[in-house]
Design a protein around this ligand. Structure first.
Ligand SMILES: [Zn+2]
Length: 498
């Protein structure tokens, strides 16, 4: 195999795919034509290509960059192989989902809008009604597509010679998923008694209910926490990001190759995203603000991805610029996102005098996410493991594990829908841990207002230059010598003294 040619084609493939993604979801182009892009670069994802890269990976036994690059290329090829095999069902799924409506009382609501309507619905009875309609629609309207997607993913793993989809992901991504799941289960156990106590006052304030009354249907409204919007003026949104970056020594208005696509346009995705078309050199940050604190959360999260991509060293090999452990980019996204709940930042950037309510809510929310993802990784290991049981048994396990993690009754209907591709849940979990370590490192070195320090910016720019060359453990090891652990997250949430 001509590796350099493979890398060049792979780089072009990602660029074309990202550009199509950007143009469609930014509302610049109605159609979303990825078929042609896959077809034009079909050679990247054949079984032979996967096999050749697997052999290269097996031969690369010495620790170092060559080994990292081989593993990243293998992961890329395997992901593309699965992507090509599931493309048709993904398209069917997207089409079915977009066309699906649910009936709430005498009103028709789009399936995808369901959670947004729930978040804005003050009446708990109506929130439960929407929930029932969403679950029925998931089961009856989409269930067969979700099932097919998972079956195809599993078939790909078998075709390529792995014992299971989980084993394939574990090898290609170089993450010990079992160990991670054990660590996050320990995190859940350690926060078990504080969890309802931490949630109770926040539920009271946002929903007027206690923990005992919480249902899954209430979560979107809890996360939305519209009462906090008053701290986040729309007019300060982009300015506050630019000011924050200036504090770190970055002038976003003069940044080469970065486009801030902010403002409304028909057909623009309501969900903010970052599209790294070329890394570095052509990165889009797309946001469609609607007002409120969620705008800040998403702009800063996607802003973290954007700054990371925009600051990658152009001389790095393709693999380190475009592939690697996505926990790294997510870490930078969460680092900036968490500024929006940082008392120091809130005071300095938005003049919030008493951030205590906001800080307490954000912490409670973070704990819900962490526990939910701890439940998810445990479940996904069972779903994608070699010894996976029958569908009905899995549906039961899903409800048991997720419901157990959150201490509320959890439905079975979403057991195949609520699944991240390629164990992306592991990236979020590792990013939450690594971000906590990185943030405390920055605070220790540069003080609580580290985001006002050019030197802290220099540290970040040095890290960003390296793309995703190192994985989460390696990066932390090089930065502080510490090992990645969730005890740091517990401490950050004020749940332990260590
Ligand atoms: Zn992200």
């Amino acid at each position: 195999m001509d590796l350099d040619a493979y890398r060049r084609t792979a780089d072009r493939f990602i660029t074309e795919l990202m550009r199509e993604y950007y143009r469609h979801y930014a509302g610049l182009k109605d159609s979303f034509e990825i078929d042609a892009i896959y077809a034009a670069h079909g050679g990247l994802f054949t079984r032979d290509a996967v096999q050749a890269l697997r052999e290269l990976d097996a031969r690369s036994t010495e620790d170092g960059d060559e080994r990292r690059r081989a593993r990243m290329l293998l992961d890329f090829a395997v992901e593309g192989y699965v992507g090509a095999a599931t493309k048709a069902v993904e398209e069917e799924l997207a089409g079915a989902e977009a066309a699906l409506t649910i009936e709430v009382g005498d009103e028709l609501v789009g399936f995808r809008e369901g959670p947004v309507v729930q978040a804005n619905e003050a009446d708990p009875g109506r929130r439960a009604e929407i929930e029932r309609a969403l679950l029925t629609a998931t089961d009856e309207g989409l269930g067969s597509h979700y099932r097919e997607r998972i079956e195809r993913q599993h078939a790909c793993a078998t075709e390529l010679g792995w014992s299971s989809y989980a084993a394939m992901c574990e090898h290609c991504k170089g993450i010990d998923l079992g160990a991670l799941s054990e660590q996050t289960a320990a995190f859940s156990a350690a926060s078990e008694t504080s969890y309802p106590r931490m949630l109770e006052p926040e539920l009271c304030r946002t929903l007027g209910i206690g923990f005992g009354e919480l249902r899954r249907a209430d979560l979107p409204r809890f996360f939305r926490a519209a009462g906090l919007d008053r701290h986040f003026p729309s007019a300060r949104l982009t300015e506050s990001f630019a000011d924050t970056m200036r504090g770190l020594g970055i002038d976003v208005s003069g940044q080469d190759g970065v486009t801030f696509d902010i403002g409304s346009r028909p057909n623009k995705s309501p969900r903010a995203f970052c599209a790294p078309v070329r890394v570095p050199g052509e990165v889009y940050l797309v946001v469609a603000p609607i007002g409120g604190w969620d705008d800040y959360v998403t702009l800063f999260h996607e802003g973290g991805h954007t700054e990371h991509s925009a600051n990658v060293d152009p001389e790095l090999p393709f693999e380190f610029r475009r592939l690697g452990d996505n926990s790294i980019s997510e870490t930078y996204a969460f680092l900036l996102q968490h500024l929006v709940e940082d008392p120091e930042w809130l005071s300095l950037r938005l003049g919030v005098e008493d951030p205590s309510e906001l800080v307490a809510h954000a912490k409670a929310q973070r704990l819900v996410y962490l526990r939910r993802y701890a439940g998810k990784i445990a479940y996904e290991l069972e779903l994608h493991g070699a010894a996976a049981g029958a569908w009905s048994a899995l549906a039961g396990r899903y409800s048991e594990l997720l419901g157990g993690a959150l201490g509320i009754e959890w439905p079975t209907e979403t057991f195949l829908a609520d699944v991240d591709e390629g164990f992306y849940c592991a990236c979020y979990l590792r990013a939450w841990a690594l971000e906590t370590h990185l943030r405390s490192y920055l605070r220790e070195r540069f003080g609580p207002a580290w985001f006002e320090s050019r030197e802290a910016g220099d540290v970040l720019r040095r890290l960003w230059r390296d793309g995703q060359r190192l994985d989460a453990e390696e990066l932390l090891g090089e930065l502080t010598g510490a090992r990645l652990h969730f005890g740091a997250v517990l401490a950050d949430l004020g749940l332990s003294s260590s």
